[in-house]
Design a protein around this ligand. Sequence first.
Ligand code: FES
Ligand code: FES
Length: 931
Amino acid sequence: MIELARMETVATREEQATLAFSVNGRPVTYRGSPLQRLSHVLRDDLGLIGTKVGCDAGDCGACTVLLNGEPVCACLVAAGQAQGQQITTVEGLSQDSTGARLQQSFLVHGAAQCGACTPGMLVAATALLLRNPSPNETEVMDAIGGVLCRCTGYRKIIAAILDPGAASGADQAPEAGAAVGRRLVRLDGKRKIEGTEIFGADETPAGALALRVVRCPHHRARFRIAGLPEFCAQHPGIHAVFTAKDIPGRNCYGVIPRFADQPVFAENEARFRGEAVAAVVGDVDAVSAWDPADFPVSWDELPPLMEIDAALLPDANRVHANRPDNVLVRGRVVCGDVEKALREADVVVSGEYETGFVEHAYIEPEAGFARRVGDQIEIQACTQSPYMDRSDIAAILGIVPELVRIIPTAVGGGFGSKLDLSVQPFLAIAAWHLNQPVRMVYSRVESIVSTTKRHPARMKLRAGCTRDGKLLALDFAADFNTGAYSSWGPTVAARVPVHASGPYRVPHYRALTRAVHTHIVPAGAFRGFGVPQAAIAQEQLYDDLANAVGMDRLEFRILNALDDDTPTVTGQVLGEGVGIRACLEALRPHWKAARQRVAQFNSTAAGPLRRGVGVAGMWYGCGNTSLPNPSTVRVGLKQDGRIALHQGAVDIGQGSNTIVTQICADALGAPIERFDLISGDTAVTPDCGKTSASRQTFVTGKAAHMAGTQLRSKILELAHACSCAKIEFADGKVIVEEKGKARNLPLSTLPLDEYGYVITSEATFDPPTSPLDENGQGVPYAVYGFGAHMAEIEVDTELGTIRVLKVTAAHDVGRAINPTLIEGQIEGGVAQGLGMALMEEFFPGKGENLHDYLIPSAGDIPPIESILIEDPSSIGPFGAKGIGEQAVIPTAPAILNALHDATGIRLRKTPATPDRVRAAILAACDGGPRG
Ligand code: FES
Ligand code: FES
């Protein structure tokens, strides 16, 4: 049995004690087990939810508090150890000027994105500043080295700590019509730095029962559950057990309805380790104390398919009976004549590349609660896709979607995985049957074993060019291990062939993909939908081509860069906003300087250290591939003169709450501080689609632009004024000024509409795309983002270790709505790309925690220089394009190209862990196969 229980159950609750200590300067008394974790005492008993729990194992640092001034992981401190001690949590930081100034600095520097790590970061940094008011960068990195952040890439956190008095550099209140382009402090930032943001685990309704899921401990197993009445009778406090038999509607869900195949509870056979088979619900203490090994289930382990090759064997068992060859779906984009072009090319290179599973490792594990409200079910949980959740929950409960209300909590990082259901169906079923609130929080282990991963890819390529470096052809074939259920496998298989050319003109092209089922936790969406994997292969191969024709690797890319008028591999001519050439050219001076530095270092280095520099380009279509993905935004003018912005784009840390408001404010011509933001809630915000595919700035931003523009028109219409008139928003009135004459529109006397506003405007935007034909030709995306990264690295050829010295990242964002937030996305993307390149690999069944699964910590991240290119899209709001996924794509190939530059080895399998790098270096020395 997988031990998925929260770790506090280790502490017996039989032993009770009364403990007295001080928290944030106030004396408190706690009566309970002295073995209880301090983190849980603070949160559950004292209500100080600012202290976050990301792992309960001392790995993430989210629970960092000060114990007599020293930072400690509160999850590793027993309550008894706090007796007589002084505790400071994030809620107490502002009592001291050092903490208060640091909190302000985090806001100004944009150091908090999702905010899940922010309390721990602030506490750890405050401890440093209290003992050393002027630390250097190394001291800062050491101080926060034990606190993981998955969003920011740490650079803005470091900057904030080095500059704790920062009060400038951010715009708090730009004038009306001047919000776009400004470094506005994120509108939800204060809650994040104060620790008052409500994440999935932070609210417990009165009388809530607890729920724990029974999961399969084997990769594949038949199972039998028997004796549930006896089980419940033997466990006082456990109210009910739910299995597949208890699902009122359909025991099946999936993010793409046509491919939906995942059961809430497996029936008879579990297809992956961690799959749910039952849920146990009851009083909190009873459920916490319950040992999952007691559950009356018997397992009959079956041989699993773990690898793509095994799954594709002709006699392989089918993971799903209706999917021949274990192929979920195929993708295809073909143009020109690849074979002929490769025959005629002056130079042809080929390569095979492999990438592994990557875990999302957001700091907030999945959590939430559900309750029945009359005939409705209401779910508050972390999610990236409230309306999709609503549809699936309705089908599972067998009710209409209007009876399901999804209220997203703050999301402590998502990166794609929180697009899929996690806690929601279990909570909904239990609350529906029991008519009582039910709450659950995934443990870190449970989060890792049961939620989606980045698809491992196995890729085979050939590319050819002329002797003067003009790309002629690319032949790309890739298989993706999509795991046991479809999740986003079809999207990965469809998106990769469109993008595998890179942002270059490739006249002859063939890209074929397959998503292959295995008995592994489903692979799903992860920042880039397979494109980062493809870029690892394609960008390394293009380096080989450049080297083969003796061209500078950056100039090779500039020579072949797409232009406004050159067709993409799907035959699309974008006609505008193709900023890849500008990105690559912006890197030119940095490239030349870095190459000189590297050459100089290598010419004088006597030891095992070698340096290298690499570059890689990217492009990425914003929004769904050739499918509708509309967003609808509503704006209402209130009687008191304030403006309600209903925008349902879930802010998972990337900043959509702020960006969408900036766009709407300027379209309307109102100051930001006039806005009241109403964020995602299916009962009160229209559908803004999912937060994925780099679509919220572009799609929801455009809808907000349209809604703001329409509201302005309606106000002018009411005032009988022309479109050039100026509108001023004031308390209880609007003043319209035209040709030097001002006219007051008192709002309190105007009737209210169905939404309760004086005037409401609502607008929908769906990006114009077209279906792709059988060869993948057509218009898959209305707008693409472009970018290029350059990495300088140092390799220890004896140890196989790689240190990234600097990343320079140029991105065409169309229009930088908020440069601070965009830089934050770039830096966070670079950090995830670095992790993918050098350290991150999930092995199913092993290392299901943040101790063994390594993500970059502060000390791993080099200086990152962001260069923002603004080649606008006439479709995007104020010209803006997406940036979220774009930022992660080029980092790993740039680092791997730098590795080749430094050592001459071409690693075929990522991540480039020291053992692989060292083995490749040794093999190269022996003249054997490399990588
Ligand atoms: S929750 Fe304490 S270190 Fe992760
Ligand atoms: S802001 Fe650090 S984990 Fe999200």
